[in-house]
Design a protein around this ligand. Sequence first.
Ligand SMILES: [Zn+2]
Length: 381
Amino acid sequence: MSFFKRTAAVVLASLTVLGTAAGTLSASAEYDPADAKMPVSISKLTFKKLSSRKIRIYWSGAKDDRVSIYTIQRSDVGSGVWKTVGKMASDGDRTDGKNYYTDLLSTADHQRYEYRVKVKVSDSSKYYAELGGTVVASNVKVCVDPGHFKKLNAGTYGYTEAEAVLSTGLALQSSLKASGVDVYMTRADKNITVGGKKNVDDGDQLFARGTAARDNKCDLFVSLHSNANGYNANGRDTIDQPKYINKTVVFVNKTAYKESSKRTRRIANYIGKYVTNVNKAHGIYSCAWINSTKPVVYTDDYEFTDYNDGLKREGQVIYRKWGSNDYYAVLRGASSVGVPGMLIEHGYHTYPDYCRKFMDNASISNEYASVETAAMLKYLF
Ligand SMILES: [Zn+2]
């Protein structure tokens, strides 16, 4: 390569970095873009948990004839110390826009890494390799279940529980994925099809939301809700409860209750505490959060109703039983397939200010998702 060509390549590379259109250079009489070396990198990566020991990393623009070898590397998140986990040859077919590598882990312990794919170019007179992007990925997957469907369970100010928890669920999905935790959604829009039926919320379909966690290889089941009082509780209309009722409650299922690691109870406790803080920041907080990983067990429905409707009863982790099983069908479903789970009652949509603040502040969903993600990252790994 001549000195001129080498210089031209450097100029083009710098301009590309600055985002200048290379097309403006082609007008130059001194410069022929066909002579320039082109950078090659893998920038957009995604991932899936395939099993407890397999993480699959996908990238686009692969099977590229500009590439001879892909080197897949991982690091502990943010450490900057990269270790090669695999190499694979490009078959040079640029028509297949997909490629992937499956990282086989040595144990099934929950693990989270940052991955990147380096390239070796096929023709160094035409191309040079650049570092591309990274993706955080893990062998952990969470089943997110936004409760109900359509516009069920209306509060006030246009709030419906089904729409509010869908908004929180979608925010939780993107926040978990961005943190390297894979997600299965029982529904991602206003409709749900589960247990062979569309938009049915009876026992079998609720149970099937829970069993979907195992069918989709999830390690945790999380059902999202807002709470309601009984008819005419506290001598007020059911859509006119006072601020004092607004507590956050997190129900853990039987599998979580019996977990020797207490992992899910710790996640539930952290979520309860910090969801309470989100409500507090928006002025819709009244009851405190009891810091406890030892759930209160309710076996008597009258006793529970008294707690749920009671003013100044603090939020906490609860294991609500029905016979020897979970009271809630979604949690019973998850327990039946051995997946630890929880049901989060973020606040009370029978307290009008809860609905008003939620409808006025689009950020509340993201704030809930953010503390829920933080809880899972803290205790799942
Ligand atoms: Zn609900």
